[in-house]
Design a protein around this ligand. Structure first.
Ligand SMILES: C[S@@+](CC[C@H](N)C(=O)[O-])C[C@H]1O[C@@H](n2cnc3c(N)ncnc32)[C@H](O)[C@@H]1O
Length: 223
């Protein structure tokens, strides 16, 4: 849902600017160095969340896993600014937020540069004519397989059963390998229930079960 523009948005973006970048393509192939120069660990695994919202998932994740790096991309500045506020409060070196809309992750990352991608409660785009806009459309999935290293992961959570069904079909077409799957994540033993997103908290508290899957990237597949 599109948020109203906050009154003092520009000042707040400026104030929390040290956790925001708006030209991610400049760091293509250089993310390791980027994080190292910020004081994060060397040769760390780097994870991307597309559509990270207010950073409710990424921030606790980055805090718990200091030896990995985390990049959150969010295209609505009024939402992103909440993530930036959290990041400045916690002052973690291993997290950064990108102020941009992802069309093709290959614009930001070299082949195999990421250890994993998270897609949490992606916009469902329910109309059939908008299917190509869904972040789990086969064209997007293919691009994720390019930038995630061999053996890396792509994780997807959603409350939307139709989007989950669509995603399973797209995965089948590409012959990708699903290694974890649940139609009720919080009734399962999977680790991925540990860090909840804002939408996950909201839907779970209303009794909606959460769909979840994890793809293991194998370079000979997904082409
Ligand atoms: C339904 S919200 C979910 C937010 C968060 N992941 C959660 O689970 O609480 C989807 C978010 O993805 C963002 N988004 C959608 N498409 C995007 C894209 N291509 N690039 C960056 N952000 C995107 C939207 O602005 C919105 O904030």
């Amino acid at each position: 849902m599109r948020q109203r523009k906050l009154k003092d948005l520009d000042e707040r973006l400026e104030m929390f600017g040290r956790y925001r970048i708006d030209s991610p393509w400049k760091f293509k192939g250089e993310w390791d160095r980027f994080f190292m120069e910020r004081g994060a660990g060397m040769n760390a695994d780097t994870y991307l969340e597309i559509g990270c919202g207010k950073g409710c998932f990424l921030m606790p994740h980055a805090e718990a896993e200091r030896s990995s790096n985390f990049i959150g991309v969010e295209c609505q500045q009024s939402v992103l600014v909440r993530a930036l506020e959290k990041a400045c409060d916690e002052d973690l070196r291993n997290v950064i937020f990108v102020d941009d809309k992802v069309y093709d992750v290959r614009d930001y990352f070299e082949e195999g540069e990421l250890a994993g991608i998270y897609l949490n409660f992606s916009d469902p785009w329910p109309k059939a004519r908008h299917a190509k806009r869904r972040l789990t459309h086969r064209d997007y999935l293919k691009s994720y397989c390019d930038v995630v290293r061999d053996g890396g992961t792509i994780e997807f959570k959603t409350d939307n059963d139709d989007l989950f069904g669509f995603t399973l079909e797209e995965i089948k077409v590409l012959d990708l390998q699903i290694e974890e799957f649940a139609v009720d994540l919080h009734g399962s033993n999977f680790e991925s229930k540990k860090f909840m997103t804002e939408y996950e908290e909201k839907f779970s508290s209303r009794g909606k079960t959460i769909n979840y899957l994890r793809i293991r990237n194998q370079k000979e597949q997904g082409k």
